[in-house]
Design a protein. Sequence first.
Length: 379
Amino acid sequence: MFGSKAVVGLDIGTDKVKAIQLRKKGGSYELERVGVADIHPDGERRATGSELQQLKIAAVRQALEQGRITAKYAVSAVSGESIIVRYIQLPQMPEAELKNALRWEAEEYIPFSIDEVNLDSVILGKTNDNKVDVLLVCAKKDMVGDHMEIVRTVGLTPLVVDVDSFAFLNCYEAAYKPAASDCVALVNIGAGITNINIYVGGTSRFARDISIAGDAMTTAIAQKMQQPFAKAEQAKHSLSAPIADDVEGTDEEESSLISSIRGTVERMTGSDFADDSAEAGAQKAVRNVLTNLVGEVRRSIQFFENQGGGATVQRVYLGGGTARMARLPEWLSAELELPVELLDPLRGFSIGSGVDQSTLGSVKEHLGVGIGLSLRKVG
Ligand SMILES: Nc1ncnc2c1ncn2[C@@H]1O[C@H](COP(=O)(O)OP(=O)(O)OP(=O)(O)O)[C@@H](O)[C@H]1O
Ligand SMILES: [Mg+2]
């Protein structure tokens, strides 16, 4: 049968499952199949443990079916704050010794027993003083085990279990073909997690996951409005990022102008403008979460730049469903004082006839990780 060797890139997120099948076409790629499914059918976030596991399995099945995915092999990924990523330098040594040395190194960094984690490493390059730069990644075995169980239960054979942040980076590389001198921050803002990855000299030099993303906004809105999560989620989609303080709202609508004035008054008086509407409360909740999020991104960039490699971040690329929030790139750009743009995960790719172009438009931002995963083994 056709496609028996094909691979599906399976991104099992906090909110949605994305299933991607690519194929090589000439010197580029074609998006052959894509399926997206919600994990939480009622839009709430109550499920945990085995109940959540079952919801994920059902959503993966639905995504595979919706995308008419024929692949039997999966490349998937895990993510989250419990994944430990370290960049270390070791003296050059034979590979077997290096593996041992890395185990010792890892023991220093992980807050649990080395036997509880899966350990992986990538040699990033050699330094001038006869050392090697190594990327060390540790993920807890039980987390990876739960993840593999989902993949196997739906009848797929897991080929690779990657990490979201590096899959997103992989997508960026394929779509943008950056020069070795490019230094960019990749920020993938999903529902539960934001992946921050800094790319320089043709490789990753900083990676961190933080638990501030779309769900944190929805939860904050739900609290402000005293509404269930699903209601707050709906409300969130009509909100936007704050007006950037130093962006002149020349072509903004009047309502934006008013909220801008309100923001100025709030800053001057330190108190709320006399608008206690639910919408104003929700907008404020979003602003608080975004302020925390941008603080983490800023700190990450500063940490990277202070390491002394001499590189400075030139640009920020955004992805993930939360990147769809109106005005987010503009606001982040003003906050970070850097150019910020949405990453187009399909830049330079062709779209197969089996893909519905109109639905693709509304899910594109969600696809970076899935595309990066399916690129790992395509062909
Ligand atoms: N127009 C929009 N405005 C704001 N947020 C949006 C919009 N559209 C989608 N989102 C948010 O995108 C998030 C889902 O994005 P994504 O699919 O990237 O997350 P995920 O991969 O499931 O989760 P994670 O990677 O965090 O585990 C949800 O929080 C959803 O509310
Ligand atoms: Mg995600």
